[in-house]
Design a protein. Structure first.
Length: 266
C-alpha cells in the first residue's frame, strides 16, 4: 500500500494543489494536522482535505481555530490568524475541524521485504500518526535529544508526525545510535524527490514536511509517500504559485509577515 502523507497545510490551497498534482499514485491519505491557520484559504483547503481521505489527526491550529484551545501560547501574528480563521470558517467546516481526533492514531501495519523473508509469517509492526509527538499532541520534536526522549521510551518502530514544519526525521538503533534524517536536495526551485529505505529493526520518527508553510529554509511545499510493501519513505519538494497564496493573505488583511515568510521557507 502507498500512503500519501500530508501535514501542516495551514490554509495554503496553492501549495496543497501542487502537492496533489506532483504526488505519484497512492492508495490512501493520512493528514497529520494543522489543516488551517496562517493561510488565507481555510474553507477551500478544508473542503479539499475532507475529500482526500478518512485518516486525520488534529493539530494545535485546528484546535485554536475552532475554539478548543486558548491563544495565550500563540505569538500575536499566529493568534490574529487563528481568530480570523475562526470568524471566516463556514459552520460545516468549523464543526468538522472541531471534531478531528487527537493522536496518536494507527496508520496500519508494515514490514520490510527483508524482514518478511527472514521472519516468514511473523506479524508486521504497527505504524502510528500524530501531530506533535506520541506523548503530547502539542509537543515539538525538533532536536535529536527531543527525538531520543521519545524513541527510547517507545516500543513503536515507526511514527509519522508534523508540527515542526521541518521535513526529515530521526532514527534510533542498537548499532548506530540516534541519527538525524535530513533530505538533501540538489536544486532550490525544481520538483525533487528522495527515497529513504527503512530498516526493520530501527525505530523512526518521520516528518513529511509542511505543505503550506515550510520552516527548513526551503520554500517549496513538502510531503511524503510511505510504501508499506517496500518499507520506504519518499520525500518530495514541489514549487507552487506562492504569489497567489500570498495574495490570499493580503486580501484577508492578515499580517504581511505571514505572506512574506512563504517565499523564505521560514
Amino acid at each position: 500500500m502507498r500512503i500519501l502523507l500530508l501535514s501542516d497545510i495551514h490554509g495554503n490551497l496553492e501549495a496543497l494543489e501542487a502537492c496533489l498534482a506532483a504526488a505519484p499514485q497512492y492508495d490512501s491519505v493520512a493528514n497529520l494536522g494543522d489543516i488551517v491557520g496562517y493561510g488565507g484559504s481555510p474553507n477551500e483547503v478544508t473542503v479539499r482535505a475532507r475529500g482526500l481521505g478518512s485518516l486525520f489527526v488534529r493539530g494545535n491550529h485546528d484546535k485554536a481555530c475552532t475554539g478548543q484551545e486558548g491563544l495565550e501560547y500563540f505569538n500575536p501574528i499566529a493568534a490574529w490568524a487563528a481568530m480570523w480563521t475562526q470568524e471566516n470558517l463556514t459552520p460545516e467546516n468549523y464543526e468538522w475541524l472541531r471534531a478531528l481526533p487527537s493522536g496518536p492514531l494507527p496508520l496500519g501495519d508494515a514490514q520490510s521485504p527483508a524482514a518478511k523473508a527472514e521472519n516468514g509469517d511473523i506479524a508486521p509492526v504497527p505504524v502510528y500518526t500524530c501531530h506533535g509527538s506520541p506523548g503530547d499532541e502539542d509537543e515539538y520534536i525538533i532536536s535529536i535529544q527531543d527525538a531520543l526522549d521519545v524513541l527510547m521510551r517507545s516500543s513503536t518502530r515507526l511514527t509519522f508526525f508534523g508540527h515542526t514544519h521541518i521535513q526529515g526525521g530521526f532514527s534510533l538503533d542498537v548499532k548506530r545510535g540516534g541519527l538525524v534524517l535530513n533530505p538533501m536536495y540538489v536544486t532550490p526551485n525544481d520538483s525533487e524527490q528522495l527515497q529513504f529505505p527503512l530498516e526493520p529493526t530501527t525505530k523512526y520518527l518521520i516528518n513529511p514536511g509542511s505543505v503550506g508553510q515550510p520552516r527548513d529554509g526551503d520554500w517549496r511545499a513538502g510531503f511524503a509517500l510511505f510504501d508499506t510493501d517496500a518499507y520506504a519513505v519518499t520525500f518530495f519538494r514541489v514549487p507552487y504559485n506562492v504569489e497567489a497564496a500570498q495574495q490570499h493573505i493580503y486580501d484577508a488583511n492578515l499580517p504581511d509577515r505571514l505572506a512574506l515568510r512563504l517565499k523564505e521557507g521560514r
